[in-house]
Design a binder for this molecule. Sequence first.
Ligand SMILES: N[C@@H](CCC(=O)N[C@@H](CS)C(=O)NCC(=O)O)C(=O)O
Length: 219
Amino acid sequence: MDIELISFKLCPFVQSSIITLLNKKVNYRITYIDISDPPAWFDEISPTGQVPLVRINKDNIIFESAVINEFLDEVSGGGMIPSDPLIRAQNRAWTQFCGSILGNTRDMIRAKDEDSLNDHEYDIREKLGRIEALKSDGVFFNGKEISLIDTIYASLFMRLNLLKTAIDLLHEDHYPKLNSWSNHLLQLDAVQNSVVTEFEDIYHRMIKMQGGILAGRLS
Ligand SMILES: N[C@@H](CCC(=O)N[C@@H](CS)C(=O)NCC(=O)O)C(=O)O
């Protein structure tokens, strides 16, 4: 099967698909686009204008990272989706929830005044608190084995870690379980290799370009 992942270097949803591919050791090709100035061919094939988008054997398009990741897991022998329907549904819900935290993080980075920054920070901390309260003591979200849900939280944790000098949102005293989960995820080869080598640099440059309060706090 020829798998082409259309990507944007800074996208956390793309990153979750790459972690899935690397964890499953699936061969794939990657094509980067600039999502702020997408090529015409991308507009033609993308119903939402968003990445990630996957092309299977050239002509078959799949979009939405959660759907892409489930497909990738299913065609590579499974194992990253819980078999229990209740746990599976809950994993899907908390995966979407992570998307909303990533949205809050993006808005926080753009915040141009302290009040707005504080509002976004409050939302993020409140949401992280909800996950801290339900997280098992296992290494991964569901216990001993990595699941698809871990791939999007790994992308979030990588960003929170890179934001740490500007704002420490995941302080160990408040979120011990999330810290341990994050530390574990960020050490995995599949996570470390899921971004380009210059990721830290381009992430920080993106924050500075937003010109918000956090840009001024980065060293
Ligand atoms: N729900 C989508 C979200 C993907 C998403 O937000 N992608 C961003 C880049 S990180 C994007 O393509 N933004 C361009 C746009 O919305 O026009 C998914 O999980 O695939």
